[in-house]
Design a protein around this ligand. Sequence first.
Ligand code: FMN
Length: 179
Amino acid sequence: MDLVEFSALSRRRQSCRSYSGQPVSRDVLEQIINAALCAPSARNCQPYKLYALTGKTAKQASEFTRLPGMNQFTADCPAFIVVVEDTSGIEKAMLKRFLKMQFVPIDIGLVTAHLVLAATAAGVDTCILGGFREEGLSILLGLGGRDSIKLVIAAGYATENYELRKKDRRKPKPVWFLE
Ligand SMILES: Cc1cc2nc3c(=O)[nH]c(=O)nc-3n(C[C@H](O)[C@H](O)[C@H](O)COP(=O)(O)O)c2cc1C
């Protein structure tokens, strides 16, 4: 993939808030996840676990993502990828320093960015969800008390004629070139 293709992919990725309900196959979800697991992480700690939810579990999960006035569109979303923080792989001595330096949320953001771009490349539409009810979702996933859910990614296929929006980004661009 060259830069022109990457730019097109990046523009094509947008938060999808209208799903057709067409299921996403486990095979496609696995391919997306495997591609995203190449994301960089501080000291290669990969401090996360990913849960791919489909079928009945996705239906149940969607309820925990629908908050008053928010995320109602997930009712039709056929799949979710849940990003759970997992610092168990980080050696104890490192843990304190890593948490202090806040690499863990950065790594979680990076894998999430890879997930949504990989999904776009696979023709799957997504929406990152920061709004969800963690307690209910944790119980559904059978998580222990230590594991905390950081983000949920809605994944599915947009309804027909769902328009590609113009990217609404900061102007002037928050970029400085210094020589
Ligand atoms: C950490 C994070 C949390 C978000 N939470 C939500 C959410 O709960 N519901 C929602 O509809 N969009 C959510 N979004 C999507 C953003 O609103 C969206 O990325 C932003 O408006 C830019 O639009 P675009 O993704 O279509 O380019 C979230 C995005 C991020 C990165």
